[in-house]
Design a protein around this ligand. Structure first.
Ligand SMILES: C[S@@+](CC[C@H](N)C(=O)[O-])C[C@H]1O[C@@H](n2cnc3c(N)ncnc32)[C@H](O)[C@@H]1O
Length: 305
């Protein structure tokens, strides 16, 4: 069976990004124990399980119960070799301890959203259409994007758009958000898109991306505490990997990539395997536009440090 087809036809909903490269660096082998911190629909996980047959084990985490249910179904054919857990990868150390796993041979992170979350509607991740401004990947997260828009001060909103969205027009957007919410509280994505478009003079609208892309990214990062979670796992991964074990991280924007690059360079338990990030080729980007911004960095746990 190829690495791309799963036991139940994986890959039709969410194409795993940089799959060949991940397998090449992770080097799954029979008897090894691997962690996929972003199980999604189980695309990468299924390929790691196939490569590590007959006795490799995969522990997959996702905090989205809908993604997890699909991953469980998609990986059911691997039986006890696959363990799917609902949890935040930031808690990986505790999750492995609860499973009685001492050290692992590889960790993969494929950060961000799955196509299911982005295109599946309902959760307000997309600026197309009109959906409730939720943006929680894990529905146990206390605050939605609408809650933040309706609650934070103008300064806090400006900081959020600037730091998490790298949005240069953060201040006028924050001012327009505050003006809009006094008229009516934020509820839907189209209301936010309209507010952002009105806040930025037409001549400053970006050409290559949607005018609200950065604001949506900023809110999503804040709601899900994405950077905090990444910092936490980057700090413990060196401890959880066995010597020679590999840590592969696929990130999708510069804020994440910068954190990964710095952690790999500064943590003495790691040897950097990829001096420069690995990017998908043209062919992959054509087949899977979501791959365009992907960057893979890999580090290896050294024996002594
Ligand atoms: C890009 S998708 C992963 C797709 C997967 N590699 C595949 O091939 O199907 C990212 C997934 O990670 C999950 N996720 C994001 N942050 C997480 C976190 N801190 N802990 C656990 N899961 C997380 C999301 O819910 C989403 O399902």
């Amino acid at each position: 069976m190829s690495d791309r087809g799963g036991p139940s036809g994986l890959g039709s909903v969410h194409l795993p990004v940089l799959l060949d490269e991940v397998l090449e660096f992770l080097k799954p082998r029979s008897g090894g124990i691997y962690v996929d911190g972003n199980l999604g629909l189980g695309g990468h996980a299924g390929a790691v399980l196939r490569r590590s047959g007959p006795a490799g084990r995969l522990i997959g985490l996702d905090w989205d119960d809908r993604a997890l249910a699909l991953a469980r179904a998609n990986l059911a054919g691997f039986g006890e070799r696959a363990t799917c857990v609902r949890g935040n990868f930031a808690d990986l150390q505790q999750i492995l301890a609860e499973l009685g796993v001492g050290g692992v041979d590889g960790i993969l992170l494929d950060l961000g959203l799955s196509s299911l979350q982005l295109d599946g509607g309902e959760r307000g991740f997309s600026f197309r259409g009109s959906e409730l401004l939720d943006m929680r990947m894990d529905d146990r997260t206390p605050e939605t994007a609408a809650d933040l828009l309706n609650k934070l001060s103008r300064q806090e909103l400006a900081d959020l758009f600037y730091y998490f969205g790298e949005e240069r027009q953060a201040r006028p957007i924050a001012a327009m958000v505050v003006a809009e919410r006094t008229r009516q509280p934020f509820r839907t994505t189209d209301q936010l898109v309209d507010t952002v478009s009105r806040a930025i003079p037409k001549r400053f609208h970006p050409r290559k991306i949607h005018v609200a892309t950065r604001v949506f990214q900023a809110l999503r990062i804040a709601v899900n505490r994405e950077l905090d979670n990444l910092v936490k796992i980057l700090a413990v991964a060196g401890e959880l990997l066995k010597p020679g074990g590999r840590f592969c991280v696929i990130s999708f924007h510069s804020l994440e990539d910068r954190l990964v690059k710095r952690a790999f360079a500064e943590d003495q338990r790691f040897k950097v395997i990829t001096r420069r990030p690995v990017r998908p080729g043209e062919e992959e980007c054509r087949k899977n536009p979501r791959a365009r911004s992907a960057k893979l960095r890999v580090a290896e746990r050294v024996a002594e440090w």
